[in-house]
Design a protein around this ligand. Sequence first.
Ligand code: ATP
Length: 257
Amino acid sequence: MILLETEALTRAYGGVVAVNKVDFEVESGLITGLIGPNGAGKTTLFNTMTGLDTPSSGKVWFNNKEITGYPAHKICRMGIARTFQNIRLFKELTVVENVMIGRHFKTGKSETKGRFLNAVKSYVKLKEEEEEIYEKALDWLDFFDMEASKNELAKNLPYGKQRELEIARALATDPKLLFLDEPAAGMNPQETDHLMATIRKIRDLGVTVVLIEHDMKLVMNICDTITVLNYGQKLAQGTPHEIKKNPSVIEAYLGKD
Ligand code: ATP
């Protein structure tokens, strides 16, 4: 089943056509890689699908519903979460608080307006929600083997763990689809291996994953299917095996060795 689809999606900045009539498909339950040279339009494609940027033309569907031009918070609530190329944690908050914030993005706060009794009821509900959100955040930390660090400040985590914490925060919104923008950037080989195992575990939870990545070992190892962009256009799409052998992809991006 196709979970997300774009049709001739285009984003131009003045004369620069960053994404040029791209038809991109994400099949439910798979790990999809999005690769290509620097400046090929990968992040812009992510941004136009997740509401961080508005397409110049073309369409986006998610779960059979057209979502073209929807704002980011609405897209998040519909079940698409993402991480960014540069780490965007709340560094002065604790690890568990960072994950709890992800949950708040999804649920929002209870209404506290109204008469006194309503206000009290809302307050109690808010407290209950807080506890539920805290427990759920601990479950996610457990999933990432990070529960022991729950009260540490996010800025004190090792780099690889900070990157995984961002993924935990995105998952706390309970997405059907998770976009990861260069999740392995800056990681050492051990951290990358751990990340690979984590992404597979996320897929096994039933969350569909799309990742932009320059680390070809990671991409070729974990992706079920890969789309290649070059100069804003789709150059190829196929299994890792097909992509590795594709002469135009070798020429534009992978190189001969
Ligand atoms: P990288 O692998 O280096 O992250 P990318 O494939 O993600 O690259 P994009 O960041 O999407 O590529 O950029 C595609 C093109 O669009 C580049 O030429 C870039 O300079 C241009 N571009 C992106 N965002 C903007 C913007 N806000 N204003 C003007 N040009 C932009």
